[in-house]
Design a protein around this ligand. Structure first.
Ligand SMILES: Nc1nc2c(ncn2[C@@H]2O[C@H](COP(=O)(O)OP(=O)(O)OP(=O)(O)O)[C@@H](O)[C@H]2O)c(=O)[nH]1
Ligand SMILES: [Mg+2]
Length: 316
């Protein structure tokens, strides 16, 4: 690490705030929260809708750890999406996940429309306990929120579309505030995303925009960087290990290059071995991929230095 490196400042750490930016004439706005079980494709859909990787995606449940705002702006219309951690029934929650899920239900309080996202494959093959629980919670909302039902992962249920239509009819009866049902495949080749985007843009109401037209998220730069590193880590670590990310350097170098130094603190030496790999091959590959993601997202040249450290055990 260069001697002059210092950790990211508050402006890099805190969510971005926008005031006094240009509003278009006849501006329209809507705030939409996504809600659904873990792993159904909420973040993939949000990224597709805003055409940018704002919220990280992985095969692992509970990839989204906090409420993430993503912004879609077209002509005079702006939609702010709240992507949320996947919800699970309360009795199945660990303490950590309880906090995540609380954030999801809280996002609903700020929303004027909901996207209730379902994984079609899961609906046909697995238990729908979580989906039933979601409907119970929706029915109990103090003020009903209009919603759109999104059946995602249609690519995995080819030939069984009739069964999905039947489930859609049942769910529409259960929550009478659905204004539309849309069937999507958020992975290439994408299906239904354009229809979903047009529908969403039809939901805006007159009101001031919350973000300038060019802004796609309010996330801080540091939070986006850490998410992108975490996303690459998830691809390497098959098990839900806890890795603490500590930013130790955020340094502007000559030539408009940003140098980021980050420690990945793990609980046990065995975990370090997995992340570093033989002769450092895993961490090298992970660093290259994360640097490319970060460089694309921040639109600038980036140097990334990742150090894997084992948490010091407390002496008794
Ligand atoms: N086959 C298929 N896979 C999909 C589709 N949409 C998303 N996926 C995959 O499903 C997995 C989960 O996607 P995410 O977008 O992270 O799901 P999520 O609902 O945000 O998950 P959490 O944040 O953990 O609640 C990833 O591996 C995606 O690539 C789809 O339409 N078809
Ligand atoms: Mg997610």
């Amino acid at each position: 690490m260069p001697i002059f490196a210092s950790p990211a400042s508050m402006t890099i750490r805190l969510p971005k705030v926008f005031v006094n930016f240009d509003q278009p004439p006849n501006s329209e706005i809507s705030k939409i929260a996504l809600i659904g079980s873990p792993n159904v494709g909420k973040s993939t859909i949000v990224n597709d809708l805003v055409k940018s990787t704002i919220s990280i995606v992985s095969v692992r449940p509970h990839t989204t750890r906090e409420r993430i705002k993503a912004v879609l702006t077209q002509d005079n219309k702006q939609t702010v999406f709240y992507d949320t951690p996947g919800v699970v029934p309360e009795k199945n929650l660990s303490r950590l996940n309880r906090e995540l899920v609380t954030a999801s239900w809280k996002a609903l309080e700020d929303a004027d429309h909901l996207l209730v996202v379902m994984d079609c494959n899961k609906l046909l093959k697995h238990s729908v306990v979580t989906e039933s629980y979601i409907f119970q919670r929706l029915e109990k909302l103090e003020k009903a929120i209009p919603a759109t039902l999104v059946f995602n992962k249609m690519d995995l249920v080819k030939g069984q579309e009739d069964k999905i239509q039947e489930i859609a009819a049942t769910y529409n009866n259960q929550y009478p505030h659905f204004v539309k049902t849309i069937f999507t495949s958020a992975q290439s080749p994408k299906v239904g995303i354009q229809e979903l985007r047009s529908h969403i843009l039809s939901l805006t109401q007159p009101g001031p925009w919350l973000y300038p037209a060019t802004q796609k998220t309010d996330q801080s730069d540091l939070s986006r960087v850490e998410d992108m590193i975490r996303s690459e880590l998830y691809a390497v670590l098959k098990l839900p290990y806890f890795v603490k990310q500590v930013n130790v350097g955020w340094t502007e170098l000559e030539g408009n290059i940003l140098r980021i130094d980050q420690n990945l603190v793990v609980e046990r030496p065995g975990m370090k071995k997995i992340i570093v790999g033989t002769d450092g091959v895993v961490i090298r590959d992970l660093t290259i991929k994360a640097r490319q993601d970060i460089s694309r997202a921040l639109g600038r040249r980036v140097m990334l230095n990742l150090q894997v450290k084992v948490k010091k055990s407390r002496k008794v």
